[in-house]
Design a protein around this ligand. Sequence first.
Ligand code: SF4
Length: 360
Amino acid sequence: MIATQEIVEFKPIVRKTKLWMPKQVLFTPAALQEPWGQQIYERVKDLGLPIEELKQNRLLGLRGADERETYRKAKSTLAVVTAPASALKLQPIPPSADYQFHLAEGCPAHCQYCYLAGSLQGPPVIRAFANLPAILENLKNYQKPNQVTTFEASCYTDPLGIEHVTGSLSETIRFFGEQENMHLRWVTKFDQVDSLLQLPHNGHTHPRLSLNTELVASRMEGGTASMEARLAAIRKLALPRSAGGGGYKVGIVLAPIMPLPDWEEQYTHLLDRLEQTLNFPSEITFELITHRFTPGSKALLQEWYPNTSIDFDESNRSLKFNKFGGKKYVYNTVTMNMLRSFFQAELKRRFPDAPILYWT
Ligand code: SF4
């Protein structure tokens, strides 16, 4: 329990984040038969967004003349569909959680290093799943006996980035709040957390905010919330209910860590701001992820963002193979060690009780 007098007033200047509003919202016939699909329909109608009811369950006609036009069209489209039966077969997702599951696939942001590039098939349309109750109910089948089982909801989307058009994240937080030994994890680069603060999460949801330097956020993370806005969101989520916050145990994901010019100075500034933001007792955790890419993600990202300043030069990197033989390029050992020592020392000094869950 935190005494209210321990909380120091803190008022950062926060640039307001523009909410993503799709230019078209498509509903498949199957989605409209689902009560949750109807809930999304009403929400989208109230927002005054253009709705198209499709005649078939497949999404067609979303390609443009080239990859860039396809990208533009897809990223401004929300398709409300039913998740296929294969979505109910959950995959493990170490080190982040025991299992991953999906409320949606695709993301409205425009990160030039996007982790999703190449991992989803077809144009990067944002697909929200209308059969959410079945998706949530299915999670109970994966509960491990007599221990907490963790479920990650942000492998294929940023669930907060589309929450105002779906409501699916709030529903999921409520569901987990009622489960014994099942914890929800999700990560975001958005800041519209007000609707989550009063939810009955019961300590079963662990939201994480993805942070980076101002330079990375402003130049390489298009459509996301500014760093100050994300810091303000962390504070709101982590403050106890008695102080008007959400009372969540919040995580910080520092990703992707990149040794750009002045990186020590820039990350020092970020950690200074984080320390000032969390000027009250809180239980936070850290996850540290360095930048990496695959041959496939590089090719796609360079098509989507031809003027990108991301360093995709393989000659500066070490090659690693995943368990299926896929290649990925990570920083070489010298760079990795330099970055790792910096973050370990700086985090230990500022947040001695906050565990670093993993470094990768
Ligand atoms: S927020 Fe994540 S999923 Fe969305 S564009 Fe950025 S990296 Fe990709």
